[in-house]
Design a protein around this ligand. Structure first.
Ligand code: NAD
Ligand code: UD1
Length: 336
C-alpha cells in the first residue's frame, strides 16, 4: 500500500515511517517541520534502504493536499500532525484548536474529494482525563482536562460523526499511552525543542549532561513509592501498532478506538532506575511539588487491541531505556 503520514517527520511518525518502509509499503510524508527536522526523514531512508516522498507544507493547506492525492496513488492515511504540549495548550488554546482541529478537517476534506477513506488517527490516553479508575478501558467516557486533550477528544468526535455520515469512511483511533525509547539503531529518536515536558527525554538529557538534575514532580501520591505511575510503551511497538491497525481497519462507516499501551504501570523512580542501568551512571534528582493536572496513576487495558488488531507490546522498559540512551548518547543535541 501507499500510506500518507501527516506529521511523519516527528517522533512517532518517523518510527512508523521506518516500520512501514521495512514492511514493503510506500510512504509519503507531509510535515511543516514546526516541531521536527527533515534530517529524521534522511535517516529513516538510510535505515530502510529505500526512499520516501516528502512534502514540507501545512496540512491545513487543503489545495496542496488535494494535489498530492490527485494522482490516485494514496491508499490510506495516518494522521500524526498536531501540536502536543499540554502546558503550551493552556497558554495558547486558540493555536491548539486552530492547528489540531483545522489540520484534521482539511485532511478529511481532501481525502473525501479523492475518495481515500481509510484513516488511522493519533489520539491519546489524555482523552480519558480523571476517570477515577487507573486502568483505562475504551468504553470509559472522554473527559479531557486541558485544551490539548480537548482537541483530541473533539477530533475523535469529528471522526465518529463523519463515519456516521455514511460516506464509507473507516477510522481507527489509536489512544497512545506514554511513548518512549527509540529505534534500536540509535539513529532516530525523540528530539524535543526546548526543555522536555516528558519524563524520559528529560532523564536522557540529564544522563548526557545537558541538564543538571531531574525534578521529580511529587512523591506523595498514593502509589507504591509515592511518585506518579504511567504505562510507558516502546515507540517501535507503537509503530507496529499502526501497521496492525492498517491491516485490520474497521468496517465502512465505523470509527473504532484502541488503547495502545503495555497494560501495566511504572513509577517515576522505576524509570530512573531503568535508565541508570541503561546508561551506567547515576541520575541526580530532586523532589519538588506536584505538577498541576497530573494524575497519580494510569495505564492501559490493551485487551481490545490484542483481540481485534492482533497487536501486543513486546519490548520492555529496559529495552526502551537502552534504546533511548543509544539515541541520546550518539546524538547529544538531537538532529541539529
Ligand atoms: P511530534 O511533535 O514529534 O510530531 C508531530 C509532527 O506534526 C511534527 O513533526 C510537526 O512538525 C507536525 N505538524 C504539527 N502540525 C502540523 C500541521 N498543521 N501541518 C503539518 N505538520 C504539522 O509529536 P509525536 O510525539 O510524534 O506525536 C505524534 C502524534 O501523536 C501527535 O498528534 C500527538 O498529539 C500524538 N500523541 C503523542 C504522544 C507522545 O507522548 N509523543 C502521546 C499521545 C498522543
Ligand atoms: C503528559 C501529558 C499528557 C500527554 C503525555 C504524552 C501532562 C499533564 N500530561 O502525560 O497529556 O498525553 O504527556 O506522553 O502534561 N515527571 C517528573 N518530572 C519531569 C517530567 C515528568 O517527575 O520532568 C513525572 C510526571 O509527574 C508523571 C510522569 O513523570 O508522573 C510522566 O510524565 P510525562 O512524561 O509528562 O507524561 P504524562 O504526565 O503521563
Amino acid at each position: 500500500m501507499a500510506i500518507l503520514l501527516t506529521g511523519g517527520a516527528g517522533y512517532v511518525g518517523s518510527h512508523t515511517a521506518l516500520a512501514l518502509l521495512r514492511a514493503g509499503h510506500d510512504v509519503v510524508v507531509v510535515d511543516n517541520l514546526e516541531n521536527s527536522s527533515a534530517e529524521s526523514m534522511h535517516r529513516v531512508e538510510e535505515l530502510a534502504g529505500r526512499s520516501l516522498t516528502f512534502g514540507q507544507f501545512d496540512v491545513r493547506d487543503t489545495d496542496r493536499l488535494g494535489k498530492l492525492f490527485a494522482d490516485g496513488s494514496i491508499d490510506a492515511v495516518v494522521h500524526f500532525a498536531g501540536l502536543k504540549a499540554v502546558g503550551e495548550s493552556v497558554a495558547e488554546p486558540l493555536r491548539y484548536y486552530a492547528n489540531n482541529i483545522g489540520a484534521t478537517t482539511s485532511l478529511l476534506a481532501a481525502m473525501d474529494a479523492a475518495e481515500v477513506r481509510q484513516l488511522v488517527f493519533s489520539s491519546s490516553a489524555t482523552v480519558y482525563g480523571d476517570g477515577g479508575e487507573p486502568e483505562y478501558v475504551e468504553s470509559m467516557p472522554r473527559n479531557p482536562v486541558n485544551p490539548y486533550g480537548q482537541t483530541k477528544a473533539m477530533i475523535e468526535r469529528i471522526l465518529e460523526d463523519v463515519a456516521a455520515s455514511g460516506r464509507g469512511f473507516r477510522f481507527s483511533i489509536l489512544r497512545y499511552f506514554n511513548p518512549v525509547g527509540a529505534d534500536e539503531s540509535g539513529r532516530i529518536g525523540e528530539d524535543p525543542r526546548g526543555v522536555p515536558n516528558n519524563l524520559v527525554p528529560f532523564v536522557a538529557q540529564v544522563a548526557v549532561g545537558r541538564r543538571p538534575e531531574l525534578l521529580v514532580f511529587g512523591d506523595d501520591y498514593e502509589t507504591a513509592d509515592g511518585t506518579g505511575v504511567r504505562d510507558y510503551i516502546h515507540v517501535a511497538d507503537l509503530a507496529d501498532g499502526h501497521l496492525a491497525a492498517l491491516a485490520s481497519m474497521p468496517a465502512a462507516d465505523r470509527a473504532v478506538a484502541y488503547n495502545l499501551g503495555v497494560g501495566r504501570g511504572w513509577s517515576v523512580l522505576d524509570v530512573v532506575t531503568a535508565f541508570e542501568k541503561a546508561c551506567g551512571r547515576p541520575i541526580p534528582r530532586r523532589v519538588i511539588g506536584r505538577r498541576a493536572g497530573d494524575l497519580a496513576a494510569c495505564w492501559a487495558n490493551p485487551a481490545k487491541a490484542r483481540a481485534e488488531l492482533g497487536w501486543t507490546a513486546r519490548r520492555s522498559l529496559d529495552d526502551a531505556c537502552a534504546d533511548a540512551w543509544r539515541w541520546q548518547s550518539a546524538n547529544p543535541s538531537g538532529y541539529s
